[in-house]
Design a binder for this molecule. Structure first.
Ligand SMILES: NC(=O)c1ccc[n+]([C@@H]2O[C@H](COP(=O)([O-])OP(=O)(O)OC[C@H]3O[C@@H](n4cnc5c(N)ncnc54)[C@H](OP(=O)(O)O)[C@@H]3O)[C@@H](O)[C@H]2O)c1
Length: 277
């Protein structure tokens, strides 16, 4: 039986790479996205390689798009074996400067979007008594940096949600997995939003923000390709007993053990030095 995968945010970056990776390894992939006009790159590759990928509209903040996407998948493919909750964006700004509406929008996509799609898919996976749910978190789901409060908080919340799901879904043989990438070479940084108030020159945080911004820019050049994340997802879902967490990228594999084993105060000092704070 051909396994069926549903991926959110598949027009770009990690979602696009994962759609291609799974399709090239025998999955039928439902590559979903909120803006079908951005499907151009994916369509070109599907046609040239004749890949088993279907494209569908799914905005993780929109119930109607979700209902119609899941109905279409079940009608055409009859099952869903893998869900990759990938859609997400970063919101920057000091906690004080980010308006509540901006916080809510960040959580609506990165956190409630995951719950919304997962709830829609679970009845089918439970009926099958099998499946895998892969949540794309971040190293920032494990430790915080300044000026990324909304993003970090959304990924911390996602980590807690995923741990819970892992216990709850074990009786149905549904695997639940967290992927924790470091810097990945995608459009993530250019798609990241800056809070309205943080855009003012007279922001009291401007000087600190510049210092950590420069550090981020330097690290981008060491970013791992999105295919590395796709390969990790594939390895995890194919494993009969996958781990809860998978770090991706050299930076993630270095920093996450430090986070785990260093005393908190020491980790904080190391990070501050790294960030130039
Ligand atoms: N790149 C990194 O360094 C990095 C590191 C750690 C974790 N991650 C995580 O990896 C995931 C994918 O990011 P990426 O690096 O591949 O960045 P990306 O190239 O910006 O891709 C993000 C994808 O999410 C989609 N999206 C945003 N809001 C959506 C919504 N409401 N409904 C459906 N799709 C939506 C975007 O669609 P549009 O094109 O329409 O905006 C885009 O397809 C995110 O969850 C991110 O937090 C990335």
């Amino acid at each position: 039986m051909t396994p069926i995968a549903l991926i959110t945010g598949s027009n770009s970056g990690i979602g696009l790479a994962t759609a291609l990776y799974l399709a090239r390894r025998g999955f039928t992939v439902w590559a979903t996205m909120r803006n079908l006009e951005k499907a151009h790159e994916l369509r070109t590759i599907i046609e040239s390689e004749k890949l088993p990928i279907e494209i569908a509209w799914l905005d993780v903040c929109d119930d109607d798009s979700l209902k119609s996407a899941v109905a279409r998948i079940l009608q055409k493919s009859g099952r869903i074996d893998v869900l990759v909750n990938n859609a997400g964006y970063g919101l920057r700004g000091a906690v004080e400067e980010v308006a509540l509406d901006e916080w809510r929008r960040q959580f609506e996509t990165n956190f409630f979007g995951v719950i919304r799609v997962t709830q829609a898919v679970l009845p089918q996976m439970r009926a099958q008594r099998s499946g895998a749910i892969v949540n794309i978190s971040s190293v920032l789901g494990r430790f915080a940096i300044p000026f990324s409060g909304p993003y970090t908080a959304s990924k911390f919340a996602l980590e807690g949600l995923t741990e819970t799901l892992r216990y709850e879904l074990a009786p149905w043989n549904i695997k639940v997995i967290l992927i924790e990438p470091g810097f990945i070479a995608t459009r993530f940084q250019e798609n990241a939003q800056l809070a309205q108030a943080a855009q003012h020159e007279d922001s009291p945080y401007a000087i600190f923000k510049k210092a950590s911004g420069r550090r981020v820019q330097r690290n981008i050049y060491r970013a791992a390709p999105p295919e590395r994340v796709a390969e990790t997802i594939y390895r995890a879902i194919m494993h009969p007993h996958p781990k809860l967490r998978y770090a991706v990228g050299r930076d993630a594999r270095l920093v996450l053990p430090l986070r785990r084993f260093l005393p908190e105060g020491l980790f904080e000092r190391v990070l501050k030095k790294q960030l130039g704070l």
